[in-house]
Write a protein of this length. Structure first.
Length: 489
């Protein structure tokens, strides 16, 4: 079977299986072969289990032969960021702290994938505990960008974006706390969507910052993203923050919206200094495309943009310091062999196994939460700023249907190029405010630089209006062929 199929829209895979042009085992084996061929260069995976995966594919083929398929996605392979619990499989979060941990149960999203018959292929690399934007914080290895292997793939869902871009797997799950789906999607030239906070259950996903974490998906095309979201979204009693609201039929909504002329807001603050000129040109060309289609383009203001990064790093680090307290050397896998007292178990296990960025966030988080600092300077202030950011978006959404911005201020930089934590934090400028406001947002490929590096366009929607941004994204995708381009591997 030709690996070309792995670069096709999800619909072609579904049709191929249902018309019996190929089996799930053949499709899955194609992923495995492609992965083996690409991995020496890309290093998107942390681990994989061929036998388990092929057994799932065989089970799917058996269901199909008996006319008992669980859904139209039955038999389609999907990769998982190494942050999702999949029963019996390793889960490291790219940390030495969880090096030998095996999940005792399935995350809700994984149960949902399995209930629709999907085949889980591999555990994908990431920045340790999802803290980072480059994959350089993985405790195991750096993932390379398929478009230029000397460059970063973005992060923290680095392996998910790179694996889909390289055709190692047609789809992958990721998580986005401050941009970790959208930014790597942009840098690797694939579609990445983060739904509204609360749309997708967080149960069984390792927590980084619980008020921000949200799972989502990487795909080649927008309609594929809508189909997977349909499975992932919906209330879950095991997650108290999961939204108790019905999920619309995303594909049907998109169908209804074809030809609709939306009102798009363009925030001028997102086009100022720091934005790479080739990225800017490409985003402006996309906006121009929408204008020619008859969309109403309206300049708007989002003056809180510059407060996004400081507020995000205070809030996310505060929550992380609390969430990561559970890695104490008592539970989970690692305990320092040299520790003699209980204090030493805590201190040494954590010191020996957590990476420098994770330690930095824990220290920052504990500091901003400490008495005297909490209310007068940091955490309390950051929460107030968060509210202002939310209000800023709310105001903008009174006059527009969606907001269009660059996803990342630059294209993929060289591995090792960004040498200070601050320079990495600043690359999250266009994504973190959206997370603080809990809004749905996606990134789609909208062009390439002269040196053939992908550029991503971010579309931000009103709460729970994923269908709107999916529809607007598809209108662009249907008239451009960026998604069809393949990296030079
Ligand atoms: N880059 C951001 C950070 O390091 C976002 C990470 C994420 O969304 N998980 O926190």
């Amino acid at each position: 079977m030709k690996e070309e199929i792995l670069f096709q829209p999800l619909k072609d895979l579904i049709d191929g299986l249902s018309e019996k042009r190929f089996s799930s085992v053949e499709l899955t084996q194609t992923c495995i072969d492609r992965t083996q061929a690409c991995e020496p260069k890309i290093k998107a995976f942390l681990s994989f289990d061929r036998e388990k995966t092929l057994a799932e594919a065989r089970a799917s083929d058996e269901r199909r032969s008996k006319g008992q398929t669980l859904s139209e996605l039955d038999g389609i392979p999907i990769g998982l960021k190494d942050i999702f619990s999949e029963k019996g499989q390793p889960l490291t979060c790219a940390s030495r702290m969880l090096e030998h941990y095996v999940s005792p149960y399935d995350a809700t999203v994984v149960s949902r994938l399995k209930a629709s018959g999907m085949v889980c292929w591999g555990r994908l690399n990431m920045d340790e505990f999802a803290m980072g934007s480059t994959s350089e914080n993985s405790a195991f290895h750096v993932t390379c960008n398929p478009w230029d292997v000397t460059r970063i793939p973005g992060g923290s869902s680095s392996g998910s974006a790179a694996a889909v871009a390289a055709g190692e797997v047609p789809l992958a799950l990721g998580t986005d706390t401050g941009g970790s789906i959208r930014q790597p999607a942009a840098l690797c030239g694939v579609v990445g969507i983060k739904p509204t906070y609360g749309r997708v259950s967080r149960y069984g996903i390792v927590a980084f910052a619980s008020s921000l974490d949200q799972a989502g998906v990487f795909t080649r095309t927008v309609s594929g993203a809508a189909q997977i979201l349909q499975i992932l979204c919906g209330p879950d009693l095991k997650d108290a923050t999961s939204a108790r609201r019905p999920v619309p039929d995303f594909c049907a909504e998109m169908q209804k919206n074809v030809g609709r002329r939306w009102k798009l807001g363009v925030p001028e603050e997102y086009f100022r200094e720091g934005l790479d000129s080739e990225v800017k040109q490409s985003i402006e060309a996309a906006i121009d495309f929408y204008k020619r289609q008859g969309y109403l383009i309206q300049p708007i203001q989002l003056q809180t943009l510059e407060y996004g990064i400081p507020a995000y790093y205070v809030i996310a680090s505060a929550e992380a310091s609390s969430n990561l307290a559970r890695y104490d050397g008592i539970r989970y896998t690692y305990r320092s062999p040299s520790a003699k007292t209980v204090e030493e178990v805590f201190a040494r296990s954590r010191s020996e196994r957590l990476g420098p960025e994770v330690k930095r966030r824990i220290l920052l988080g504990l500091y901003v939460l400490s008495s005297g600092k909490y209310d007068s300077y940091f955490y309390d202030k950051a929460q107030k700023v968060r509210r202002l950011i939310y209000d800023d978006f709310q105001k903008a959404f009174q006059s527009v249907d969606a907001i269009v911005t660059p996803t990342s201020p630059t294209v993929a930089t060289k591995i090792g190029e960004k040498s200070t934590p601050l320079s990495v934090y600043l690359s999250d400028i266009y994504t973190v405010s959206v997370s603080l406001a809990g809004l749905p947002a996606l990134s789609i490929p909208c062009g390439f630089t002269a040196s053939k590096l992908p550029i991503g366009l971010q579309l931000i929607g009103k709460p729970f209006e994923e269908s709107t941004i999916l529809s607007i994204a598809e209108a662009f995708e249907s008239q451009h062929d960026y998604w069809q381009q393949k990296p030079p591997l």
